[in-house]
Design a protein around this ligand. Structure first.
Ligand SMILES: [Zn+2]
Length: 494
């Protein structure tokens, strides 16, 4: 995510959230780490419309999956007890009232015996829930959709959940995070869901620790187009509607799921380096698709040279007419509200390696996304005749010791300062610059490429990065990382 300056400053002023110790966050570990919570919930408060859990499933070996995946910043985000492999999202969109109706079918496997499990889903009317094709009872508590399959699900079993729903998605508005979720535009809608907006438009395990592949089948009134993550598999006109199929065969964090509906000018081609690219520009926007595509291709090919192989099957971008105050690195195809410029494109495409392919396991580590994407901006500038990374660093370091931005530790910013411009973005980039100065250019770029290669399409933590940097450089870097990531106050240059 790239914030506009005004909003970024506003975020900086907010007070830090108090937080508890972090837990490991793979679904399996989260389930293992939260037995008490899982057991408490299995004991179950009666919910309207829920059938009695069969005795076998309610035995002591079977319990409810946790209502959260274990992220202290977002306790309700994600769920425990299962791991999603694939989402198939089928929606029909009606512009009047921004109504959507359809079914999301999830393929997952159970990481524990499950008498019950949750999905994250807010708003809408849920019409039915089926598990492995059989009707399942369900209840709703806030953003939690609690599903009780008949007979439970055995640990290790692969299962499907089909949730049919209809309604007008509500966009979320968090003072620290801005507008997210399903955002209406002049000619349709676009979804921008970092960090937890996806649950406002489809049911999911809403945490980057559980990545999955996606397929979208979106039906819209004829004349509108649908752009999404991944590859366009085809489109067809039937009567007064058009249906677009997109699919993303590489794992993706739920907050990166993007569909844009509207009147778009589109271009489908290939970068000089051989990466397929697909761009879309709102017809009402003055941006020129060819220009967006040229810049996108140039940055993508540059990223390949610097960071390693492009992680996905295509690159691209979407310019849509919507004012949310930020651009977002939605997988394969960032969204640039209102328009794009070179810095934004560099930032959002750098995220394809840093954040999208290598994803965080817990929100606390967001500097692994934003610090790296910001440093990519500095590197681009330095390598294209602009300011050197050292000049950006010196400029940021010139802020006096009483500057509020120094008080928030980059590696532990707190939920309310998750996207704070200085502590997370700038000081994150400064951390990388200090690492580069310490280990030298050759080793520094080896570290970046080892990071994107070893964790491609997976998840990683700050501890993983520290370990990798020490291994590749052969140096003890504890003091550097402790100083720059964990210490409050302006770091000394020794
Ligand atoms: Zn970003």
């Amino acid at each position: 995510m790239a914030l506009h300056e005004g909003q970024a400053q506003e975020v900086v002023k907010k007070t830090a959230a108090t937080r508890t110790a972090a837990l490991l966050l793979t679904p399996a570990l989260a389930a293992a780490a939260l037995p008490d919570r899982a057991t408490d919930r299995a004991a179950g408060r009666p919910a309207p419309g829920r059938t009695t859990v069969p005795e076998q499933a309610a035995s002591e070996e079977s319990s409810a999956g946790a209502a959260g995946i274990g992220d202290p910043y977002f306790p309700n985000a994600g769920n425990g007890g299962y791991d999603v492999a694939h989402y198939a999202i089928r929606l029909r969109y009606t512009p009047r009232g921004q109504r959507i109706a359809g079914t999301t079918t999830i393929t997952a496997h159970a990481t524990q015996n499950l008498a019950r499990f949750n999905l994250d889903f807010s708003g809408h009317k849920v019409r039915s829930v089926k598990v492995n094709g059989a009707a399942a009872s369900f209840a709703r508590r806030g953003q939690e959709l609690e599903i009780t399959p008949r007979g439970g699900i055995a640990q290790g079993a692969r299962f499907s959940v089909a949730v049919a729903y209809a309604g007008s998605p509500r966009q979320l508005n968090d003072p620290g995070l801005g507008r997210t979720g399903w955002i209406p535009t002049g000619d349709g809608a676009v979804t921008l869901s970092q960090p937890v907006g996806s649950a406002s438009w489809f049911p999911l395990n809403d945490h980057p620790a559980d990545k999955a592949t996606y397929a979208y089948t979106i039906t819209v009134p004829k004349g509108l187009k649908v752009v999404a993550n991944g590859e366009l598999e085809g489109s067809a006109n039937i009567g007064r509607t058009s249906t677009f199929k997109w699919s993303s065969s590489k794992p993706m964090a739920g907050y990166l799921a993007m569909i844009a509906i509207g009147r778009f000018k589109t271009l489908d081609s290939q970068s000089p380096g051989g990466v397929r690219s697909f761009v879309a520009v709102d017809r009402a926007n003055p941006s020129i698709p060819k220009r967006l595509q040229e810049l996108t291709d140039k940055v993508t090919d540059w990223g390949v040279r610097l960071f390693g192989p492009y992680p996905f099957d295509s690159t691209g971008g979407v310019v849509d007419d919507v004012r949310v105050g930020y651009a977002l690195e939605t997988q394969n195809r960032p969204v640039y509200p209102g328009g794009a410029n070179m810095t934004l494109i560099v930032h959002e495409l750098a995220h394809q390696w840093f954040g999208n392919s290598v994803s965080i396991s817990r929100w606390q580590d967001i500097w692994l996304n934003e610090g790296f994407a910001t440093y990519a901006e500095w590197l681009w500038s330095e390598q294209h005749g602009g300011r050197k990374a050292e000049a950006y660093f010196t400029d940021a370091y010139s802020k006096t010791g009483d500057f509020a931005g120094w008080k928030v530790p980059t590696g532990e910013p707190g939920r309310k300062k998750l996207f704070a411009a200085f502590p997370v973005y700038t000081r994150g980039a400064m951390t990388l610059h200090m690492l580069r100065k310490t280990v030298g250019d050759t080793v520094f770029f080896q570290i970046l490429r080892a990071w994107t290669a070893e964790h491609a399409h997976g998840n990683a933590t700050t501890a993983d990065f520290r370990k990798l940097a020490e291994r590749v450089s052969g140096r003890d870097l504890d003091k550097l990382f402790d100083t720059w990531l964990s210490t409050k106050g302006k770091p000394s240059l020794r």
